[in-house]
Design a protein around this ligand. Structure first.
Ligand SMILES: [Zn+2]
Length: 437
């Protein structure tokens, strides 16, 4: 069996405290990622953005435009993607003509974001070359091949231990993998890209060619693609969660797809399955760039894995998960973990007054004293960002108690502004759900 929706029925919130064998956070994460179905993320005059979630480890995004569908990240397996597309068609096209898939986009080179590619064109009789644009970040094919073919057998074997997809599901077996429940075990396929963002044909847009319809102000390094009847703005993020990856901004919908660069987990810097080690510094840098580039012009944020949609409230609502995600990056590297944890807890401590001073005072890592970007620099980055954003939101006054540190107030204020943070206890658990499978 490739995918079984009933396998995780045991993830009942009422039973969470009665499963001593299961970590409470993993259980909670499992409850949320088990909410499977078709979601409408947002819409604008030009198109509607849907996601099918819980049909694989990753989410599949469908842009429904009058002229057809643009699919972003066709899951991991031929079988799961067919089921996901069918769900969309069954629930949105009953009284309408079936819309053709007119383009495919891969946000990055991990198998759960391209493995189902050929299943998308099953309706057309499985053509090897479907004759539609297939858009990917530069370097996609080389990295997809090196991970999944050169290192494929070893990595597939190690992935079995990492995701435990073949174990029985249950409190004494496989519970979830944080990002999602597990990875599907169907047929992996690939349709090679025909358009490379950052390749010789799709270079960044020079300032003189920037249009007001792109909504965000021009910045160097942004790529625009106009081939679908509406503009998309791509931000390449090489060397982050994947060696080649990109975020996608939808100007008409004021919406940002953050690929897998922000999720509801600690960042997976050193993947147990043996994928290329990630550069925590580059990752945090590109998240900062995303916040600065798109933050003010973004009302909706969604991810291709784990991270669901954050709606409404404008800048504050869209920024919070991104900032939280970015500030997790330097903390996840093993060699950094102790020092950075001390750093962040000092920043949070309400009694210190001068938090920046306190944070810098606690950092010491002689093992990495030659590294140009450890110690004071990382702490400065964390404290500057934290305090800078808090000041923008006008909530950084003298904290009243240990429970009322600047960061916790920032999160709760903004979660309220968002009104729909599915990971925030007490908030609605999902938004936009149209139908369960
Ligand atoms: Zn990935």
């Amino acid at each position: 069996m490739v995918w079984d929706f009933t396998a995780y029925d045991f993830l009942d919130p009422d039973l969470r405290t009665r499963m001593p064998s299961v970590n409470g956070s993993l259980h909670r994460q499992g409850e949320l990622t088990a909410i499977a179905g078709l979601f409408q993320v947002t819409s604008c005059r030009e198109y509607r953005i849907y996601q099918v979630r819980g049909y694989d480890l990753s989410n599949m995004t469908i842009i429904e435009h009058d002229s057809g569908l643009v699919i972003i990240d066709p899951l991991a397996s031929y079988e799961t993607v067919q089921a996901a597309l069918q769900l969309f068609r069954d629930k949105t096209e009953l009284s309408k003509e079936q819309r053709p898939v007119k383009a495919l986009i891969y946000t990055h080179c991990h198998v759960d974001h391209f493995g189902g590619a050929r299943g998308i064109f099953h309706e057309l009789g499985d053509p090897l070359e479907p004759g539609v644009p297939v858009v990917a970040p530069e370097g996609f094919l080389e990295h997809a091949v090196s991970e999944n073919i050169y290192a494929g057998p070893a990595m597939a074997r190690r992935a079995q231990y990492m995701y435990a997809a073949q174990l029985d599901k249950g409190p004494m077996g496989q519970v979830g993998s944080g990002l999602g429940l597990t990875i599907s075990t169907g047929e992996v396929t690939l349709i090679p890209p025909t358009v490379y963002i950052g390749g010789s044909d799709h270079q960044p847009v020079p300032k003189e060619n920037w249009k007001s319809s792109h909504v965000i102000p021009w910045r160097p390094g942004l790529h625009v693609f106009d081939g679908f009847g509406f503009p998309l703005v791509f931000q390449l993020t090489p060397g982050t969660e994947a060696p080649t990856e990109m975020n996608i901004y939808f100007p008409d919908a004021r919406t940002l797809c953050i690929a897998e660069n922000a999720t509801h987990t600690m960042h997976n810097i050193l993947s147990l399955r043996g994928a290329q080690v990630r550069d925590a510094h580059a990752w945090s840098k590109y998240l900062t760039e995303a916040i600065q580039t798109f933050g003010k012009e973004t009302d909706v944020l969604f991810g291709e894995e784990g991270l669901r949609a954050f709606l409404g409230g404008g800048m504050a609502a869209a920024l919070v998960p991104l900032i939280a995600s970015r500030d997790r990056t330097p903390m996840t590297v093993t060699v950094d973990s102790g020092g950075n944890r001390r750093t962040v807890s000092s920043v949070h401590h309400p009694c210190t007054g001068d938090v920046a001073h306190a944070a810098q005072g606690t950092w010491k890592d002689p093992a990495r004293s030659d590294h140009p970007d450890t110690g004071k620099h990382i702490m400065r980055r964390i404290t500057t960002v934290l305090l800078g954003v808090a000041a923008i939101l006008g909530i950084l006054s003298a904290p009243a108690s240990a429970d009322d540190a600047p960061w916790s107030r920032l999160v709760s204020v903004s979660a309220n502004a968002a009104g729909a943070d599915p990971w925030h206890p007490g908030a609605p658990e999902h938004n936009g759900l149209i139908v369960l499978p």
